[in-house]
Design a protein around this ligand. Structure first.
Ligand code: ATP
Ligand code: MG
Length: 351
């Protein structure tokens, strides 16, 4: 097939005076794009990179791809990860991965948590702050964790995100409002292990029903393939990171990544994580690939809490969590990338 790889490169991103230094931390490197292009070529496809901006209307008309491999994070707006897929749908061009609504939803963590909560899926209790003077929900118990509502790659996440009392909370909020120009998500701080579960596949329908609250109800997992869970080895990082998968670990220390994969989990706990991951994939309507991030509550027998779903998980072959998980399972990078293509091609009925 003729495949266009659509992404936003860090080096092509707009800049302006006074821009925050972490502004484009979630965009892709040339190294990642070259690896994807090479993997697609190894899979027998013709692959071209196109920058995911307004030039796409013209470049897509010129290239006329059969399919787009979409990993665009976008630049501006609350729904920025959904903009290129919306354009592709207007142009009637097939693309890999989740669709418009899922990408816009998953970028907004509070909105995603509302969907998860509706389905009874375990996500930490939370409150969204848009202004400094909003009263604190008396049901929320300290310590709390403060992060931006619509960012990724650990942006705005550091040891200072943990707040012990209302004074610390009120001191932290303006930093998030100003730096990330949007609401702050304040969650119960889940002290414990950090585990992420990568998935490829598509659920065999019917999967649109509400997730059963009954613990003994059959678990719908068919169609999904789970990579071994990855645990971030927090003991290997400086204590200043406070056991948090911080922006520093994800950006500055990325080439010195410490992890356990497969994560040392009991069979029962792993089965629960896979079920919560599948249920999250299902209720947020993910397609082809996703990574679901958890914290295990040490004070409650490692009870899993879903932090977020990433329908556009990082795909750097060297250090992205999903790629590390696939490699630990014996998959080559080429196999991972081409499996995502095959899953999308199958959905669209492409050869
Ligand atoms: N409620 C919480 N309790 C404890 N730690 C948390 C909580 N929320 C977030 N964290 C820590 O902050 C990290 C980043 O949070 P989260 O996954 O929500 O952000 P992100 O920037 O979107 O991450 P990603 O790089 O996966 O896109 C988590 O991996 C975890 O270490
Ligand atoms: Mg995360």
């Amino acid at each position: 097939m003729k495949i266009a790889v659509l992404a936003n490169l860090k080096k092509n991103a707009p800049t302006w005076p006074g821009m925050q230094p972490d502004r484009w931390d979630d965009l892709d490197s040339e190294e990642t794009i070259q690896a994807i292009v090479r993997a697609l070529e190894a899979g027998g496809h013709q692959a071209t990179f196109l920058e995911g901006n307004l030039t796409l209307v013209e470049t897509l008309r010129q290239v006329q791809p059969d399919l787009c491999f979409n990993i665009c994070e976008g630049h501006f707006g609350d729904g920025r990860e959904a903009q290129v897929p919306a354009l592709l749908e207007m142009m009637r061009i097939p693309y890999t991965g989740s669709r418009v609504l899922t990408l816009a939803l998953a970028l907004d963590k509070p909105m995603t948590k509302r969907v998860l909560a509706y389905h009874g899926l375990p996500t930490p209790p939370f409150q969204v702050f848009e202004r400094l003077d909003e009263p604190l929900d008396p049901d929320l118990k300290f310590p709390l964790f403060v992060k931006p509502s619509r960012e990724g790659t650990g942006m705005g996440v550091s040891a200072e995100s943990i707040v012990q009392d209302e004074q610390q909370l009120r001191a932290r909020l303006p930093n998030i409002f100003k730096r990330y120009n949007g609401p702050a998500l304040v969650e119960r701080f889940v002290e414990g292990r950090e585990v992420t579960v990568g998935v490829v596949g598509n659920l065999v329908r019917p999967a649109a029903r509400r997730v059963p609250g009954d613990e003994d109800a059959p678990r719908i997992l068919e169609g999904l393939y789970f990579f071994p869970a990855l645990e971030v080895d927090m003991s290997a990082y400086p204590p200043e990171e406070a056991g948090i998968y911080t922006s520093r670990i994800k950006v500055e220390m990325v080439h010195d990544f410490h992890y356990l994969c497969p994560a040392p989990l009991s069979d029962d706990l792993l089965a629960d994580l896979q079920w919560w991951a599948a249920a999250t994939f299902r209720v947020t309507d993910c397609l082809d690939v996703a990574r679901i991030d958890f914290r295990l509550d040490a004070s409650d027998g490692d009870k899993p809490y879903i932090l977020e779903v990433n329908p556009l998980p990082g795909l750097n072959p060297g250090y992205s969590d999903l790629c590390v998980e696939a490699a630990a399972d014996g998959w080559t990078y080429e196999e991972l990338i081409n499996e995502i293509v095959n899953l999308a091609a199958e959905r669209y009925g492409l050869s």
